[in-house]
Design a protein around this ligand. Structure first.
Ligand code: PLP
Length: 353
């Protein structure tokens, strides 16, 4: 059986897979691309015999203007996964044998997993008692052998954030010693994303790499588009490991241009997400369960039964979720879907809880 590059899980053959009625396992936006993005996608098909140079340029210039940086600060990727991979490769090969990456535990493991395949170590730092990044402990871990520090803010799978001012001073201090990678895949779901974002650190010239994706609030997970904003010399280094400019397709980049400024669609997605989140909180509370308050499009809560069995039982009922085990507890992570999907979750959950 093949392994899913995204989750590291074994993928069963298509014929053996159960029918999924509510896919709540990959933190996607079930409403998909906006109407404007769909129109741009269709129009792009006619022109798709041409390389997308003009559009990748236009997209970069939009991001540069919005974020107050130059186009040389931006690298586009086929999803942010490609750029996580490029960073894993760059810093592991540059730092050599015996180097390691520091991250919170648990956090989004993709970058560290890729780096491990090229010989990197992985220093995991437990979360605080509130399940957020323990920045003090992470800073203390930084040493000569550190190649990179990975921060996922908001964090996946816990949905927690670290206060912007605290993270900004962490970036300022740590980036003088080692590069800091801030994965902001879920930043659009927080209150005041501009304030929470570490783009300012890049603008100030710090060695910080900020990653963004269109896979979440923009509803583009299948279209594969993301980017990093970093110092121009970092962008040059990372682009050795992805074919910058030739890696994203014209259809996706044109749809991204349309979606980038579609404030109505984004606020609709955020509103719907909040409705599903509040519904889920109530379902959990009513059943006597706790949960970690989420700043994202998923919620993590401690289970009262074995995680793997819970996941299997939910899957039998057509609901896919994911389970974790840490801090001596079994956890379930539910992505926030449409209200109909959340009701399917609630029905199945009540049978098991
Ligand atoms: N970063 C985080 C924190 C994620 O949760 C994900 C996907 O779930 C990604 C990056 C990868 O997203 P993509 O490659 O679709 O941009």
């Amino acid at each position: 059986n093949a392994t899913d590059a995204h989750t590291g899980e074994v993928v069963s053959p298509l014929a053996d897979r159960p029918v999924i009625k509510a896919r709540l396992s990959s933190n996607e936006n079930p409403f998909g691309p906006s109407q404007k993005a769909r129109k741009a996608l269709m129009e792009a098909i006619d022109d798709s015999y041409m390389y997308p140079r003009e559009y990748t340029q236009q997209f970069k210039s939009m991001i540069a203007k919005e974020e107050g940086v130059t186009e040389e600060h931006i690298l586009l990727g086929a999803g942010s996964s490609e750029l996580l991979m490029a960073s894993a490769l760059n810093y592991t090969l540059k730092s050599g044998a015996g180097s390691s990456i520091i991250s919170a535990d648990p956090s989004y493991a993709s970058l560290m997993r890729s780096a491990s395949q090229y010989g990197s170590g992985w220093e995991k730092v437990a979360l605080t008692k509130d399940y957020a990044h323990d920045l003090e402990a992470m800073e203390k871990k930084v040493s000569e052998k550190t190649s990179l520090v990975y921060i996922c803010n908001p964090n996946n799978p816990t949905g927690t954030i670290v206060p912007a001012a605290k993270l900004a001073s962490f970036c300022e201090v740590v980036s003088k010693k080692k590069p800091v990678f801030v994965d902001e895949a879920y930043i659009d779901y927080v209150d005041n994303p501009k304030k929470q974002s570490m783009m300012e650190a890049v603008r100030k010239g710090q060695n910080v790499i900020v990653a963004r994706t269109f896979s979440k609030v923009h509803g583009f997970a299948g279209l594969r588009i993301g980017y990093v904003v970093a110092l121009p010399e970092t962008v040059k280094e990372l682009s050795k490991y992805c074919t910058g400019g030739m890696n994203v397709c014209a259809t996706s980049v044109r749809a991204a241009i349309a979606s980038y400024t579609d404030a109505d669609h984004l606020s609709y997605a955020i509103k719907k997400n909040a409705e599903s989140r509040d519904f889920l909180y109530k379902v959990l509370k009513d059943a006597g369960y706790e949960y970690i308050p989420s700043h994202t499009n998923f919620v993590l809560f401690p289970l009262q039964m074995e995680g793997k069995r819970f996941t299997e039982e939910m899957m039998k009922r057509g609901v896919s979720i994911r389970n974790w085990e840490f801090d001596g507890k079994q956890w379930c992570r539910v992505s926030l879907g449409t209200m109909e999907q959340m009701q399917l979750f609630a029905g199945a959950f009540k049978e098991l809880a």
